[in-house]
Design a protein around this ligand. Structure first.
Ligand code: SF4
Length: 217
């Protein structure tokens, strides 16, 4: 069974998207709604019975519809926090985007929230202590602090923030932050130093299609 499961899901290649209209008669052969129906049912049950998760989902849909094609993501996050009656917002940011963090914090405070911001370098833990090989240091000095998303999460957890915002965390460091944050996390900025923090630009670029072997359609 596990071997079979490895064959799917491959929703990214689906041309049907019958799930969108819950058209059970048109589900493709390898559709997870067909081949992993118990798992899908378990998830549905969690969504319907876990009050907090349901609230997160419902409010997200209300924000999606209310600001559709009107609100930039920052406004969506602010409105989402308001609808969730959030008062303490955590802001976990990358030191490389400290100015963006400063402006974002101001915008959130001006919207009435208490904002607790924590820089990724908190703790000043040298990379060598964690086991980063010498050749992967940038050579910026005797101490080169590694990003510390666990520290960011622990600090925000200790303050009991209601919702945390990830701003520009590195690929993989963000995984740790999502993993350790007690509060739900919403991403504001996905860092991409090459595209001006617009990672999707690569997906729209013929040049990168060639680089990554993407067949556009
Ligand atoms: S859930 Fe099923 S119908 Fe929906 S995209 Fe995936 S394979 Fe297609």
């Amino acid at each position: 069974m596990v071997m079979d499961v490895l064959e799917f899901p491959r929703c990214a290649y689906c041309g049907v998207f019958a799930c969108y209209s819950a058209d059970y008669n048109r589900l493709p052969a390898n559709c997870p709604m067909k081949v992993l129906s118990e798992v899908v049912e378990e998830a549905r049950s969690e969504l319907l019975t876990n009050d907090y998760s349901r609230k997160l989902a419902v409010e997200a849909s209300i924000i999606e519809a209310s600001g559709y094609m009107k609100w930039p993501r920052l406004r969506e996050i602010i409105e989402y926090c308001k609808r969730l009656n959030v008062s303490k917002v955590g802001l976990a940011f990358c030191i490389g985007l400290r100015r963006e963090a400063n402006y974002t914090s101001q915008a959130l405070e001006n919207s009435g929230f208490k904002v607790y911001s924590v820089c990724c370098k908190v703790g000043g833990v040298d990379k060598s202590l964690v086991g980063v090989p010498e050749e992967y240091r940038f050579g910026r000095g005797p101490v080169e602090a590694i990003c510390n998303p666990i520290g960011q999460a622990y600090i925000l957890n200790s303050i009991d923030t209601d919702l945390n915002i990830a701003l520009g965390l590195c690929v993989g460091h963000d995984s740790l932050f999502y993993r350790y944050s007690k509060a739900p996390v919403v991403t504001f900025i996905a860092k991409d130093r090459v595209t001006g923090h617009n990672p999707a630009a690569v997906i729209y670029s013929g040049y990168y299609h060639r680089i990554f072997g993407i067949k556009a359609h």
